[in-house]
Design a protein around this ligand. Structure first.
Ligand code: ARG
Length: 571
């Protein structure tokens, strides 16, 4: 990856001048270890252009180096040139950008990204395995918004299909006590599927009700609408806990009217063939064709996804259209992109499945209700309760946490954030082992740890009180721990760009944990040596360290917000 700050640009510019090649041909990277330098640039392209060995070229380039405003030194290390930056300008850059709130580059200006995420099926609980789509999708939405994109967050509710006919049939047979809730709806469905095993007629009843629903039968429509409303009300309470608002809530049912047009279009393009009474599209390299219409004439999930993809393109002209859906649907999406390409839609190449791994529930404290589904809202509530207990206990035991003014509100932010963070921290495609102890750990790789780091910054700044640090003399920052912190802050924008390009929020998680670690070393350096304390004797040094603390706090809070976490001022 290439870095984008003025400092990275200075490295590339120097390389360009030294080799007579365009600056864009040099990727500015981080060296494998921090002590090697601040940035590293490979000489491979230059060596190829000059027909020389890369290590020789690196040495020749370094011989031409003279310090500049931004660059302090250049050394050759094999085929790489390693640069040290002038530290003063880096400190100033970090402090100023944080103060101005201009922390991220804006590559997304004038571009739209659609993100289909969460997208649960109605009449079922938002169970724990839905959390990953919801949380990853929300983080991606926040990251892309931060990078200046116009983001359309889409909840493509699963609210159409024969399932919903079965549910109506079940309700007509057995009813459900008022007020109906999702638990009751789910129970009806489970019972229906169960009895279907011994009574095959039920399946036909379900299909018949779905046919009525499709034909606009008033009773079927009214029941379906009711089930949808009840489901949405429940989903919304969870979204509200997470601070999630969708830009578009448009379920599969919204595409039902488009089905005849979609089928006519595909037929006109000669794409539709018949297979055992069903209508399908054959796709290159696929063993099974994509099913569009069943033998009894109903359209499918895939058919509606074709219409939805078209709608998104026609409405938003997206730069990227992302689908944050578990990897179990990889085949569906691969076939969908192939079908769209076969239909001649060039924009199909802008559509991406963003798959993720499963959540495995290890630790003991996750409660279950209604069978083996662990409900999301229960987990969030449990996390918040545990944090509230901790805060209360420490309020009683020492006065430090008496700085917490709103225990319930703080506990919610920290607890819910911890669960979200645990779902974002590992690489997207990896399975997540949800281990309660680790999720809630105060130290280690957790959201709680980040909250503590942020609250620590806030507490130092509170303690400094009216000790100003605006216009601090940053030349007072000469300690290695101070530099490590600034060097980390400098990377923030580039990390966000990387997270966005790869649709990997874990890049931000990892970055924030590193930043919190750098801050902790900076802060604890003063434990053994009073001159190294942030709130040290010397007023000028103190002001400079406070400015760096403030910048750290700003970046921590900003980064947490990209992940959907709300930073707290005290814990
Ligand atoms: N409702 C589907 C499910 O729960 C996910 C929908 C994903 N989005 C889409 N456009 N197919 O499995």
């Amino acid at each position: 990856m290439s870095f984008h700050t003025p400092f990275a640009a200075a490295c590339a510019d120097f390389m360009a001048r030294a080799t007579d090649l365009p600056a864009a041909s040099f990727a500015v990277d981080a060296p494998p270890r921090r002590e090697m330098g601040d940035f590293a640039v490979g000489c491979f392209a230059a060596a190829k252009a000059q027909g020389k060995n890369p290590a020789v070229v690196a040495a020749e380039i370094v011989a031409k180096f003279a310090p500049t405003d931004l660059l302090a030194s250049a050394t050759a290390a094999g085929p790489f040139v390693n640069f040290q930056l002038q530290r003063g300008p880096v400190f100033a850059y970090c402090v100023e950008r944080a103060a101005a709130g201009t922390l991220l580059p804006q590559p997304g200006a004038d571009q739209t990204i659609c993100i289909d995420y969460s997208s649960p099926n109605i009449s079922k609980h938002l169970a724990f395995h839905h959390i990953r789509s919801t949380v990853i999708g929300h983080a991606l939405a926040q990251i892309f918004r931060g990078l200046g994109y116009r983001v359309i967050g889409i909840n493509h509710l699963g609210d159409w299909g024969t399932t919903h006919g079965m549910l109506i049939a079940a309700f007509k047979k057995w009813g459900a006590p008022e007020p109906i809730d999702v638990t009751a709806l789910n129970a009806l469905y489970v019972r229906f599927r169960d009895e279907m095993k011994t009574n095959p007629d039920l399946e036909n009843e379900g299909r018949a009700w779905f046919k009525k629903l499709e034909d606009g039968d008033a009773e079927a429509r009214a029941l379906w609408q009711k089930f949808r409303d009840v489901s949405w009300a429940e989903f919304e309470t969870v979204y509200a806990m997470l601070g999630i608002k969708f830009d578009e809530i448009r379920g599969e049912s919204a595409y039902e009217p488009d089905m005849p047009r979609v089928m006519a279009e595909l037929r006109d393009k000669g794409m539709v063939t018949e297979s055992q009474g069903a209508q399908v599209v054959e796709l290159d390299g696929e063993k099974t064709p994509m099913l569009l219409v069943t033998k009894d004439g109903t359209t499918l999930y895939a058919t509606r996804d074709i219409a939805a993809a078209q709608y998104r393109w026609n409405t938003y002209h997206f730069a990227r259209s992302l689908y944050v859906v578990d990897r179990g649907q990889a085949l569906h999406f691969r076939q969908l992109w192939k079908a769209l390409a076969k239909a001649g839609y060039a924009w199909s190449s802008k559509c991406e499945h963003v798959p993720f791994g499963l959540v495995r529930i290890g630790g003991k404290k996750t409660s279950t209700r209604g069978g083996n589904v662990v409900l999301l809202k229960d987990v969030f509530n449990e996390a918040s309760d545990e944090i509230a207990e901790r805060i209360q206990a420490s309020v009683q035991n020492n006065d430090r946490t008496s700085e917490v003014t709103d225990i319930a509100g703080t506990a919610q932010k920290v607890g819910i954030g911890a669960v979200m963070f645990a779902n974002l921290m590992s690489q997207r495609e990896k399975d997540v082992d949800f281990d309660w102890e680790k999720v809630m750990a105060t130290d280690g790789d957790s959201g709680v740890y980040l909250q503590y780091a942020h609250a620590r910054c806030a507490s130092i700044l509170r303690k400094a009180g009216s000790d100003g640090h605006a216009n601090a003399d940053l030349s007072k920052l000469t300690q290695p721990g101070e530099w490590a912190l600034a060097r980390r802050i400098l990377d923030y924008g580039d990390m966000a760009v990387r997270a966005g390009n790869n649709c990997e929020p874990h890049v931000i998680c990892h970055y924030l944990l590193e930043l919190a670690g750098d801050f902790s070393r900076f802060y604890t350096a003063g434990n053994g040596d009073a001159t190294l304390r942030v709130l040290c004797e010397d007023g000028h040094t103190r002001a400079a360290r406070l400015a760096l603390t403030e910048a750290t706090k700003t970046v921590l809070a900003h980064g947490m917000a990209l992940l959907g976490l709300q930073a707290v001022e005290a814990v």
